[in-house]
Design a protein around this ligand. Structure first.
Ligand SMILES: Cc1cc2nc3c(=O)[nH]c(=O)nc-3n(C[C@H](O)[C@H](O)[C@H](O)COP(=O)(O)OP(=O)(O)OC[C@H]3O[C@@H](n4cnc5c(N)ncnc54)[C@H](O)[C@@H]3O)c2cc1C
Ligand SMILES: NC(=O)c1ccc[n+]([C@@H]2O[C@H](COP(=O)([O-])OP(=O)(O)OC[C@H]3O[C@@H](n4cnc5c(N)ncnc54)[C@H](O)[C@@H]3O)[C@@H](O)[C@H]2O)c1
Length: 465
């Protein structure tokens, strides 16, 4: 049977765009369907606008800090509308780049919502991006689902009164008091943004420390940094219900405490986006978190249909979705061996101020595999010896497997941590040892040089039984 396309990609986000472009480069006839925004979550409601807002939130402190260096400028006030307009202009520019990049690659762009009719046929219907589009049906030999994920809300009375990250990028004004629920990536990043811009922030989370799953020392260091940033933490708590009177929201916590706010923000995780996708017309299996089940090669349980990125709920980060899309396109259409990635050492960063960046294993994970040597340091970075912000510490930790002396984990909390960590991620991916770090000459004067001058072991951690 002949199909309209060799490859149809559903979703023009991080994973879908890369998969489509690489496939087209290999000579495949490719179409991409997008229902909402070209470039997906990362470009429109994720990494890019978030990072611009984090940067916006850091200027106030920088102005204050400059006084010790001889500057006499004053902080002034922040104009939210200017930030949102500038950010939107940049996102519109990026949307245009995505469209022209896909068109230049010879890819057919279909605007609308995609729904499976059968395993090789998709109906494209009107969607927010194309409300007047007439429905059409297309067929393809291979179909890739790259539909991403969407925020979830706790099931409590008044949940609909709260916003999620999808709304936070277009608030008409900056709320003066924000209750943020959840201490994962989004909770911490937006807590930092609002606090830096001058809002009063209450951070509500269920565990004893933020960032569940990260190294315990780094979680503790982050909890300290959150306090230093002026954010009030409410650990061991969860919201029970939310009410609104006039413009004021009241969040009642499960410990009986109430918090008043101008905005309640749920940063309580995301779920794979599979609604109205017509998966029941296929034999695609769904996992218990609603994710599309795939094998290591991104193959679903339906032959000829694949899934990549957040919809598969593996590692939900943009570079991972891109790598999955690229690898799949190489395997389906490439003539050379496919490009491969080391997903085990995917670096992660939480863009708080200061940010936290991590690669490899936490101390607790490494101890599952044997005895571990820990190298730990905590210091005031040079800038803050003068700025007077002596409580703004940098924390670094190397986790070394004792038997092989390989550095299996590196964790940094501090200014520029993500910029420092990318290079360390290469070393950890390459399996370099502590001795390789030790014989590397430092780059002076930097915070990063501490990574190669950590001579004395802080402690030995026994293997977990
Ligand atoms: C606030 C926030 C900040 C983030 N920050 C970072 C960060 O700093 N670094 C990082 O690495 N990751 C970050 N992420 C995660 C990152 O955005 C995602 O991991 C990444 O976008 C996943 O890519 P994807 O291709 O799977 O899906 P997406 O980028 O979400 O793309 C999916 C696309 O599919 C479209 N679509 C869905 N259903 C249909 C349909 N039926 N028909 C047609 N089109 C459809 C959607 O409109 C969307 O454009 C952040 C996420 C959020 C929410
Ligand atoms: N810098 C980055 O790379 C970045 C930034 C943002 C998002 N992301 C990606 O997007 C994903 C989603 O981000 P996220 O922050 O929403 O999710 P997350 O999984 O990182 O954090 C969710 C938090 O909400 C808490 N929570 C869940 N239900 C709750 C409830 N009922 N009451 C109180 N707390 C509750 C969880 O315990 C957790 O702390 C991330 O896991 C990550 O993969 C990455």
């Amino acid at each position: 049977m002949t199909h309209d396309f060799d490859l149809l990609v559903i979703g023009a986000g991080s994973g879908g765009v890369r998969c489509a472009r690489i496939a087209a480069g290999h000579g495949a006839r490719v179409a991409v369907v997008e229902s909402r925004h070209w470039g997906g979550t990362c470009v429109n409601l994720g990494c890019v606008p978030k990072k611009l807002m984090v940067q916006a939130s850091e200027y106030g402190d920088m102005v204050d800090d400059s006084h010790a260096f001889g500057w006499s400028s004053t902080r002034g006030t922040h104009d939210w509308a200017t930030l949102i307009t500038a950010k939107d202009k940049e996102i519109t520019r990026l949307n245009g780049i995505y469209v022209s990049m896909l068109e230049k690659a010879g890819i057919t762009l279909l605007t609308g919502h995609a729904r499976f009719v059968d395993a090789h046929t998709v109906r494209v219907e009107a969607s927010p991006l194309a409300p007047d589009e007439a429905p059409r049906t297309v067929t393809a030999k291979h179909i890739v689902i790259a539909t991403g994920s969407t925020p979830v809300r706790p099931d409590i009375p008044g949940a609909e009164l709260a916003i999620t990250s999808d709304d936070a990028f277009h608030l008409p004004a900056r709320p003066q008091r924000v209750v943020l629920v959840g201490s994962g990536y989004i909770g911490l990043e937006f807590a930092g943004i609002f606090a830096g811009l001058g809002s009063q922030v209450d951070l509500v989370y269920r565990q004893d420390l933020p960032l569940r799953g990260f190294d315990e020392d780094m979680r503790a260091a982050m909890a300290e940094a959150i306090t230093v940033r002026g954010i009030t933490q409410h650990p061991h708590t969860s919201p029970k219900h939310i009410t609104k009177e006039g413009k004021v929201y009241t969040v009642t916590l499960d410990n009986g405490q109430t918090l008043e706010a101008d905005c309640v923000f749920f940063a309580t995780g995301r779920k794979p986006k599979i609604e109205k996708l017509g998966l029941d017309q296929t034999s695609i299996a769904i996992g218990k978190h609603g994710q599309i089940t795939v094998d290591a090669g991104s193959q679903t349980t339906e032959p000829g249909v694949y899934a990549i990125g957040d919809v598969t709920d593996r590692i939900n980060l943009t570079p991972v979705a891109i790598a999955e899309g690229h690898n799949l396109a190489d395997r389906l259409f490439g003539k050379e061996p496919p490009r491969e990635w080391a997903f085990d050492t995917t670096p992660k960063a939480v863009f708080f101020s200061p940010p936290l960046a991590s690669v490899g294993l936490s101390e607790e994970e490494a101890a599952q595999h044997g005895v571990v040597d820990i190298y730990f340091t905590r210091f005031t970075p040079m800038r803050h010896t003068l700025s007077g912000r002596k409580d703004r510490k940098t924390v670094m930790k190397l986790v070394v497997q004792q038997s092989s002396q390989k550095v299996v984990g590196a964790h940094i909390l501090g200014d520029d941590a993500p910029e420092m960590l990318q290079g360390v991620a290469v070393a950890v991916t390459a399996g370099l040892t502590k001795q390789d770090f030790d014989r590397t000459i430092g780059l002076h004067p930097t915070s990063a040089e501490e990574l190669v001058t950590l001579r004395t072991r802080t402690r030995e951690t026994p293997a977990a039984s």
